[in-house]
Design a protein around this ligand. Structure first.
Ligand SMILES: Cc1ncc(COP(=O)(O)O)c(C=O)c1O
Length: 450
């Protein structure tokens, strides 16, 4: 790598001093909570070596008191940052009133929240669940249900059962969702998945047309692929998928779990297109950090559902729904959609400036506050260096640094991020240049990642 910034990277990190780093590492090493996690948790995640204890706005703090600028936002969950006073107030109030009754009774917030979501989305009916993957599985069940013909006896394999999904997609970890997730490392270890799934090349209309026929019951697509590395579906592809779904009486299911609810500067990312899906699924930021997912559907889809066909114990309880209603009110009151658009433009412009300076940045992709910095080298060292310097970011598909800052992020925080991120890019490239001189083997490995 070349083009390290002239200024030594370390000079920008006074706030995140060497002493702070040492303290954090020492604290993590001697922290029995980390030991417990290592010993007793299923090893499903590679966690950073520190314990996060609290957050305020766009910052979080670890057990050693070190401050981090949070540009991952709990992977697009903490849209309002941490500890928003209105959210804290609602949670306190509702926790004291009632956390859960059951879906056998009405509660004070589920109906009003459903109405609000219907108004924002242009869809008609809502089912609440607990996570994104659960919403996807529910949507797939609805697609199969709507596709059943009178001649398809219960328990028989119906003629119209196929799902189309897109290459490079990510829809979640339960069986339905993993079956329509293209990334093989997630899907193949659990094969065989749900039968009848086929993947369409991303934004390839000809491939879509060749695979769509009357045997398709649903097409699933992330309006902007998130885990895949921030790739928006093209208008041409969206329109063709919409037309083919209508023509073949299949459901068009928009996965807005990561890109929905304001992240792209609109309530729903599909609102940049003229047409709507039959179903939209949301989750992550909906209840400002509490677990809540939802399936939003047209009245036509809803007409196939009757009591007992689908359900959930926890979904849509009073505490989470009251919190989600307040979250949506805050998005309105604080004009966060406008903030996303303005801050998103500033961030994109700043990153493009860095791309001109660091030749290992291949591309910057941005949709509001959903950004991908596509590198020609591995991203993991940048994530680790960022954490050392007090910045939380993430890497997806090995080479794409993903940024999902809270929607409340300020102009000053964007400027602070760009300084810090520039220092991270410089420091890693300097280290790798040093390694290239001393150990040619490492340099070769780095070079082949391009
Ligand atoms: C686009 C998309 N769909 C589905 C999911 C699964 O959501 P959850 O982790 O809440 O089950 C995710 C999670 O990252 C996602 O980004």
């Amino acid at each position: 790598m070349r083009n390290a910034p002239k200024k030594p990277a370390g000079s920008l990190s006074a706030h995140f001093s060497q002493r702070g780093r040492m303290k954090t590492l020492a604290a993590a090493k001697s922290d029995s909570r980390v030991d417990d996690a290592e010993k007793f948790l299923l090893p499903t995640y590679k966690r950073q070596p520190f314990v996060l204890e609290r957050g305020r706005g766009c910052y979080v703090y670890d057990a050693a008191g070190k401050k981090y600028l949070d540009f991952l936002g709990g992977i697009a969950v903490n849209a309002l940052g941490h500890g928003h006073p209105r959210i804290v107030k609602v949670i306190r109030r509702e926790a004291a009133r009632a956390i859960h009754f059951s879906n056998l009774y009405h509660n004070a917030y589920q109906g009003p929240l459903a109405r609000k979501l219907a108004e924002c989305s242009g869809l008609d009916r809502v089912f609440f669940c607990n996570s994104g993957t659960e919403a996807i599985d529910g949507a797939m069940k609805l697609a199969r249900l709507c596709a059943r013909r009178p001649q398809d006896a219960a328990g028989q394999f119906p003629g119209k059962h196929r799902f189309l999904a897109l290459e490079n997609s990510f829809h979640g970890r339960t069986y339905g969702a993993i079956s329509v997730t293209a990334t093989e490392k997630y899907r193949l270890p659990f094969a065989p998945g749900v039968p009848g799934v086929e993947f369409v090349r991303f934004n390839d209309v000809a491939d879509l047309e060749s695979k769509f026929d009357d045997s398709v019951c649903g097409i699933l697509l992330e309006t902007v692929q998130g885990e895949g590395g921030i790739y928006p579906v093209s208008e041409l592809f969206w329109n063709r998928a919409r037309a083919l779904a209508t023509q073949h009486a299949a459901l068009m299911i928009a996965d807005e779990i990561q890109c929905g609810l304001g992240r792209t500067g609109r309530y729903f990312a599909y609102q940049r297109f003229a047409s709507k899906p039959d179903i939209a699924v949301i989750a992550k930021p909906l209840a400002a950090g509490l677990p809540l997912g939802a399936i939003l559907a047209t009245n036509k889809v809803a007409s196939y559902i009757s009591p007992g066909l689908h359900g959930t114990t926890f979904g849509g309880g009073p505490l989470v729904c009251a919190t989600a209603l307040e979250c949506l009110r805050i998005i309105e009151d604080e004009k966060l959609l406008e903030n996303v658009r303005s801050r998103g433009e500033e961030l994109k412009a700043g990153l493009q400036g860095l791309a001109a300076k660091f030749d290992f940045i291949r591309e910057v992709r941005a949709e509001g506050l959903m950004l991908g910095v596509h590198l020609s080298v591995e991203g993991a060292p940048f994530v680790a260096e960022a954490a050392k310097r007090g910045l939380l970011i993430n890497c997806t598909h090995d080479h794409i640094l993903r940024l999902l800052p809270p929607l409340v992020v300020t102009r000053a925080q964007i400027r602070g991020f760009l300084k810090l991120f520039s220092a991270v890019l410089g420091a890693v490239s300097e280290k790798s240049a040093a390694a290239e001189t001393s150990t040619p083997v490492t340099s070769k490995k780095y070079a082949t990642a391009r």
